[in-house]
Design a binder for this molecule. Structure first.
Ligand code: AP5
Length: 225
């Protein structure tokens, strides 16, 4: 299964991607997580990406595209992958297609995108989710101050790591990210609808209900749930 999870910041791409990755034993490729790991490790890429991420704007396409293309060459992607947070612009989607076409022209086996699932959530809920999100510094486990708090304040249930608030989850940056989504990523819905790959899922309510709806949407084919 080669899947793209589309949705606004806070829609639940990371949450659902993690569950699906475990269920189907395929990697979740989150561009946000890869970029944050680079920022943490102060790599050249991370230093460059940080100035964009802190403002809530997109990291330039050329950085992100080559990062994803490299990751997709990993042996663990042969039986499938979940792209979480990529593509985020029409240009990135085009670059992904060109990469796969190029691989085919060279006589290699290249994947096809089989499903694009859009997790749809209203703006008020998105802001509530993002402003309350907390993340483990060590294992990146996700929490929410109201919906899924850790058992001990400030400490990860899974690994005991420190829990922190992402810099881009501060209120002023959240607004910028939502605007960037509307202007740059939202047009991908039309792009993938025309390719008959896009299916929308209601991303509000219980996490396991949403997972069920996502799996049904993947299985059912082109049909909005
Ligand atoms: P990235 O990390 O991808 O952030 P995002 O798209 O803004 O997505 P989020 O991680 O904020 O949200 P999510 O949809 O994964 O929701 P989650 O499951 O965590 O990107 C960060 C930055 O990196 C970008 O701003 C950009 O600068 C850069 N970047 C990344 N990709 C790029 C690209 N392709 N091109 C250029 N730049 C790129 O859930 C959110 C919260 O809600 C959590 O607390 C969770 O516990 C909670 N929650 C989830 N589901 C539910 C539910 N059903 N009910 C209640 N709470 C829920």
């Amino acid at each position: 299964m080669n899947l793209i999870l589309l949705g606004a910041p806070g829609a639940g791409k990371g949450t659902q991607g993690h569950i699906l990755s475990e269920r189907f034993s395929i990697p979740q490729i989150s561009t946000g997580d890869i970029l944050r790991a680079n920022v943490r490790n102060k790599t050249q890429l991370g230093v460059r990406a940080k100035e964009y991420m802190d403002k809530g704007v997109l990291v330039p396409d050329e950085i992100v595209v080559s990062m994803v293309v490299d990751r997709l060459k990993g042996d663990d992607c042969i039986s499938g992958f979940i792209l979480d947070g990529f593509p985020r612009t029409i240009r990135q989607a085009g670059a992904l297609e060109e990469t796969f076409n190029g691989m085919r022209k060279e006589g290699g086996i290249a994947p096809f995108i089989e499903s694009v699932i859009g997790i749809e959530v209203d703006r008020k809920t998105l802001v509530k989710r993002l402003s309350g999100r907390r993340v483990c510094r060590k294992c990146a486990a996700n929490y929410h101050v109201s919906f899924s708090p850790p058992q001990n304040i400030g400490m990860c249930d899974k690994c005991g790591g420190e829990i922190y608030q992402r810099d881009d989850d501060k209120e002023e940056t959240i607004e910028a990210r939502l605007l960037v989504y509307e202007n740059e990523t939202f047009p991908l819905i039309d792009y993938y609808t025309k390719k008959k790959l896009y299916r929308a899922v209601d991303g509000t309510g219980a996490v396991d209900r949403i997972t069920k709806a996502v799996v049904e949407a993947i299985e059912k084919g082109s049909h909005n749930t």
